[in-house]
Design a protein around this ligand. Sequence first.
Ligand code: SF4
Ligand code: SF4
Length: 341
Amino acid sequence: MNIEVLFFLNSLQVAERELEEKYREGRKSGVLFFPYNQLPAVRVADKEITVSHKDIFTEGSPGSWTCDFLVVDEKAAPGWEVDWPTRMFNAPSDREGFFSSSNPTALPAESGRKGVFVVGNSRANSSTEESLAEASAAAAGVSVLLAKPEIEAETHATVDPQKCALCLTCVRVCPHSAIDYGEYPEHKRSAARIFDAACIGCGICVGECPARAIELTTPAPEEKPAKTLVLCCKRSAQQARETLAAHKWTVPKDVCFVEVPCAGRVDTGLILKAFETGHERVLVLGCHEDACKSIYGNTAAQRRVDYLKKNLPAIGIAADRLEMRRLAASQVERLAAVQPA
Ligand code: SF4
Ligand code: SF4
């Protein structure tokens, strides 16, 4: 039978056993796969189906295919059962409304909130085998938590209730649902409250709080500032730095590397302080998009860097003195490429 099969997909990730082999078999037998950024246009006229698609690699004019059959993937949506636990456990959900665990740095069963695990169809369309494997991972995660008599909080942010304007910005931006608000009887007022055990100390809230009411460890300024200050996310650039250090890497002269808990901790105040201290150039190194342990700490940092780059010239600082780059912990060559200004 002479059949031509075309696949249009916006992502060619295969995340299930044996799918990679099936994909290769399909390629070998002549199936064509077209990734897209823009959904292909479908036209049905006179019983004829036409699909127009713009190639993401050539970015040329759209190609058109007339087909006998068109099969459209069903959109998976979470059931009502996902809604109430999302609210009850304050666990973040993703764009589709599933429990959020699409972060590649997290284990499949971990939700965005510490101590809340999600398995099976509550986090994505899953097979029974996948759901069972995730349930075992969740059980292992719970047993790790219960093995200790008390849950030890990581370095976490703290709120100064006297400064808090109760604007709730921090409640909205915390990707780990670690903040709400309540009464501080000793101060006789309400203010934002951080759940120490749920906070992972990313610092996103510190950078977003308009009242500067949230504190987290701030990198100490240097006495004699190097020309270039490199702010390294603890979970990517800092790990690359440690790998290089283990291989006796010679740190470039006049470059100072400072660890931050997440690129999301880097706020405009921190960058301006660095220029004020005497650094000629500030480089922020964060994780790749969609690979941030704090879900969108890297995006928050990029937004602040972009904002500052637009506005620095107004205060006499050239925009090219500030830059943000992305790298994974394994991309040591990107870190090694950093040179002084
Ligand atoms: S963002 Fe700052 S001022 Fe607003 S509620 Fe949170 S701590 Fe208070
Ligand atoms: S430091 Fe990060 S995890 Fe902790 S409360 Fe702030 S935004 Fe949430």
